[in-house]
Design a protein around this ligand. Structure first.
Ligand code: PLP
Length: 406
């Protein structure tokens, strides 16, 4: 049977999103991916029980080692990021933890963005220190900060662009050059950008990290994560981290995310178009003092956004002098937009992030870094993940709440 995912026949992003990794079932001819929930597979009598054992590539053994439905997701992810291989994890955080375990040993040094996903920041602050891994936190939006943080034992540079929650960007190409020069590897959390906007591996990164829970799954019904990179790294990661530590994804979640991925390019177009309309509308609202969106010319790094992002994605932040009153008004009176954490779903989500609080719980910044955070976030931001509803309905929903402010 012809494998429609063979890479030479798949050039466009939309075709890849639909077909890559999806192999019609050899026995039934089923056109859509099968959901194979089986935890174990009839074994070759020669098969070894060890993760280091020589397991044949064309057979499955135990779902923690690999699973046919998960493998289809992994192949699609690798095709979309134009990487050699991918490994799916139980969550975005399991993917980040897996990457750290794969790359870092006691005595190594990590250069980590000062503003990254809060749980990654807390993981670095609490655990990496205990594991004797040195961490230097820098504002990666200025490559000079990364250059001066590099040491002889720097093994990994970890950045997030656009970063959660303030939407500050980092120049991947510039940081990749520094990593290469310093003998370190570069990992990019590209959850906010998605491969539709940016393909970090093509810009020189060694690893891309995704929370599949967000845009890639896209429908708010499955938690998952992934690391995409070179085949040798991913094979090693599967042995060392997947099989031993066990944070693998459920085949059911993989199947849901695989289905979500098919429409990723279409959804990203709709997210971007709606976010642009909502951002432009918000700028005009008297209750709003500032709107930050990479697609707006007012974004301090709009030039880099144009260069590095083929799609400005669907997340924006806004600030208001009424920020203390708004969270409960949003929670009570929004009808279309859900007041909830997470992002990247077809459904719009909004959440309040007060600056003093997040700096205290999640980030330990220097005075200069603190000032730069505040330059993007003021006293507080509302992070709005614009869904794929009609943007007029989203604006009307917000307008109804703003009208209650007096
Ligand atoms: C949500 C998120 C994560 C963590 O992913 P989970 O799937 O929730 O574990 C990591 N990085 C970014 C940028 C995120 O937004």
């Amino acid at each position: 049977m012809k494998n429609p995912s063979s890479s030479e026949s798949l050039t466009g992003m939309q075709t890849r999103a639909v077909h890559a990794g999806e192999i019609p079932d050899a026995t039934t001819g089923a056109s859509s991916p099968n959901l194979i929930m089986s935890s174990t597979f009839l074994a070759d009598p020669e098969a070894s029980f060890s993760a280091e054992g020589d397991h044949r590539d064309d057979r499955y053994f135990y779902t923690r080692w690999g699973n046919p439905t998960v493998a289809q997701l992994e192949q699609k992810l690798a095709a979309l990021e134009e990487g050699e291989a991918a490994m799916a994890f139980a969550s975005g955080m399991a993917a980040v933890t897996g990457l750290f375990f794969h790359c870092l040993r006691p005595g190594d040094h990590l250069v980590l963005g000062d503003v990254v996903y809060a749980a990654v920041s807390e993981l670095a602050q609490e655990f990496l220190h205990e594991w004797k891994i040195e961490v230097t936190r820098v504002d990666t939006s200025d490559p000079d900060n990364v250059a001066s943080a590099m040491r002889d034992n720097t093994r990994l540079i970890y950045i997030e662009t656009p970063c959660n929650p303030i939407l500050r960007l980092t120049d991947i190409r510039a940081i990749a050059r520094l990593a290469q020069h310093g003998g370190a590897q570069l990992a990019v959390d590209s959850t906010f950008a998605t491969p539709v906007a940016t393909q970090p591996l093509n810009l020189g990164a060694d690893y891309v990290v995704h929370s599949l829970t967000k845009y890639l799954g896209g429908h708010g019904d499955a938690v998952g994560g992934a690391v995409i990179g070179r085949n040798e790294d991913i094979v090693r990661m599967r042995q060392k981290v997947g099989i031993r530590m066990g944070g693998v994804i459920s085949p059911f979640n993989a199947w849901l995310i695989l289905r979500g991925l098919a429409t990723l390019p279409l959804r990203m177009k709709a997210h971007e178009e709606a976010a642009m309309k909502v951002a432009t509308w918000l700028v005009e609202q008297p209750a709003i003092t500032k709107v930050t969106y990479p697609g707006l010319p007012s974004h301090p790094q709009h030039a880099l956004a144009r260069e590095q992002m083929k799609n400005f994605s669907g997340i924006l932040t806004f600030q208001s002098d009424h920020h203390r009153a708004l969270p409960s008004l949003f929670a009570q009176h929004l009808q279309t937009i859900h007041y909830a954490v997470s992002l990247g779903h077809h459904r719009s989500l909004i959440f309040y992030i007060p600056t003093d609080e997040i700096l205290k719980t999640s980030f330990t910044l220097t005075e200069e870094q603190d000032e730069h955070y505040r330059a993007y976030a003021g006293e507080a931001i509302f992070r709005l993940s614009v869904g794929i509803e009609d943007p007029e309905d989203l604006c009307n929903d917000l307008a109804r709440v703003f009208a209650k402010l007096s």
